[in-house]
Each structure stands twice: as C-alpha cells, then as structure tokens.
Design a protein around this ligand. Structure first.
Ligand code: AP5
Ligand code: MG
Length: 220
C-alpha cells in the first residue's frame, strides 16, 4: 500500500507508522526523522535544515522534495510505503503527485489522524525519544519500563529540541496554515480516510488496521 499520514504535530503519526511498518514490512519514511539523523551526523543536509527545525518552521521545499524523491527511488519502496510528515504543503503534494505519475503508481490513501488541538501541546512536550534508536515514548501515556532508558536498546531518552512549548506552538500554527489544507486536497481526490487519534495507542492502531482492511477490500 502507498500511504500518506496526515495530522498535526503530536497526533501520533510516527508512533502508528512504526507499528504499521513492523506489522506489514512497509518502509516508514519520515522526513523529520531523516533530518534529525542528518543534524546528529553533522552532514551538509543537517547544517541546511537545523535552523528551520529548531524554529519549528518547514524546511524549504526544494530540500525536502529532493530528499524524499531520492528515498522513494530505493527498491524497498517499490511495493509500497508509509509517508509520515510528507507532504506538508500544497507544493509538496503536487511534487508527490508528479513522483507517483512518473512511477506509474498512485496513492491508496491519505490517513488523517484527528486529535483535538488542546491536547497536542501536552503530547509533544511529554514526548521522549531514544538518542540511540529513535524509539518514541511519552512520560505519561507511553512510559519506558525504566525511567530515562529505552526499552528497545537501553539508550538514553531525551527531549527533542523542537518539543519545548513555544516551538510546539509555532509548529502547530505552521500546521494550521500550511498543512491542514491538504485534508481537503485529498478529500477531493477521494482518498482521504480519518482515524480518531484521541484514544489509547492500541485503540488507534486497531482503528487504523480496520480502515486499511476496508480500503483493501474496496473495488478500485
Ligand atoms: P516531524 O518530525 O514530522 O514532526 P511533526 O509533524 O511535528 O510530528 P511529530 O513527530 O511531532 O508528531 P507525530 O504525529 O509523529 O507524533 P508521535 O507519534 O511522535 O517534523 C519535525 C520538523 O522537521 C518540522 O518542524 C520541520 O522543520 C521538518 N520537516 C519534517 N517534514 C517536513 C516536510 N515535509 N517539509 C518541510 N519540513 C519538514 O506522538 C507524539 C507523542 O504522543 C509521543 O510522546 C507519543 O508517545 C504520544 N502518543 C502517540 N499516540 C498517542 C496516543 N494515542 N495517546 C497518547 N499519547 C500518544
Ligand atoms: Mg513524528
């Protein structure tokens, strides 16, 4: 399946993409994760994107589209993918349409994770990520077994640089301005599906699985 995950910062896109990728083997492609890795490695890409990420702003489209275009050409994407956090504005959505038509394929669905705005700040500020493997936790909703230590690899859990409250608020306003219009864009294309992201992690995963099952059974 070729899926786009939409939703505001903190909606649970990355958490659900990880679970679905584990279950299906579909590659989980997140420009945010790719950029954070580049910053950590101190690469040229990392130097280009750091300032934007720290400010909660979108990285320029030419950089983001270039990175995604290259990633989508890798062989593991041939049978499908989960795009988490791309596209994030109309220009990126149009660039993705071009990539899909060049490859002679089409998106199966854009999944919109719906979460009330007032709980998103708490979700992001309470998030902790593993410095080693990138696994995601939440201090209250999804705590690790031992405080500050990753269940998967024993790495140290830290707060993302852009998860301080002021930056989260900026990211939410960028979402409202730039990304939310994509919900209509995909609705008009007839491929929008919605999942209630304001439930326990397992319940969100179950609803997503059911939505994707219905989609697979629908005649095209
Ligand atoms: P990115 O890394 O994509 O951040 P984001 O979209 O702001 O989304 P988040 O990762 O914050 O949220 P999420 O929906 O993945 O939630 P998660 O599952 O972690 O982007 C970061 C930056 O990179 C951008 O600001 C920009 O600078 C740049 N960038 C990225 N893509 C770009 C693009 N296309 N164009 C230009 N620039 C781009 O969950 C959040 C927390 O909630 C976690 O702690 C989790 O444990 C918890 N949680 C998850 N589900 C539940 C639940 N059901 N109940 C309770 N808690 C839950
Ligand atoms: Mg994420």
């Amino acid at each position: 399946m070729r899926l786009v995950f939409l939703g505001p910062p903190g909606a649970g896109k990355g958490t659900q993409a990880d679970l679905l990728s584990e279950k299906t083997g579909l590659p989980h492609i997140s420009p945010g994760d790719m950029f954070r890795r580049a910053v950590k490695e101190g690469s040229e890409l990392g130097r280009k994107v750091k300032e934007y990420m720290d400010g909660g702003l979108l990285v320029p489209d030419d950089v983001t589209v270039g990175v995604i275009r290259e990633r989508m050409l890798e062989p593991d994407c041939a049978a499908g993918f989960i795009l988490d956090g791309f596209p994030r504005n109309m220009r990126q959505a149009e660039a993705l349409d071009v990539m899909m038509s060049e490859a002679g394929v089409r998106l199966d669905a854009a999944v919109n994770f719906e979460v009330p705005f007032d709980i998103l700040v708490e979700r992001s500020v309470g998030r902790r990520v593993c410095r080693g493997c990138g696994a995601t936790y939440h201090l209250r909703h999804n705590p690790p077994r031992a405080e500050g230590i990753c269940d998967e690899c024993g790495g140290e859990l830290v707060q993302r640089d852009d998860d301080r409250e002021e930056t989260v608020k900026e990211r939410l306003s960028v979402y409202s301005r730039e990304t939310r219009p994509l919900v209509e864009y995909y609705r008009e294309k007839g491929i929008l599906v919605s999942v209630n992201g304001d439930q326990a992690l397992d319940a969100v995963a179950a609803e997503l699985a059911s939505v994707l099952r219905d989609l697979a059974e629908r005649p095209r």
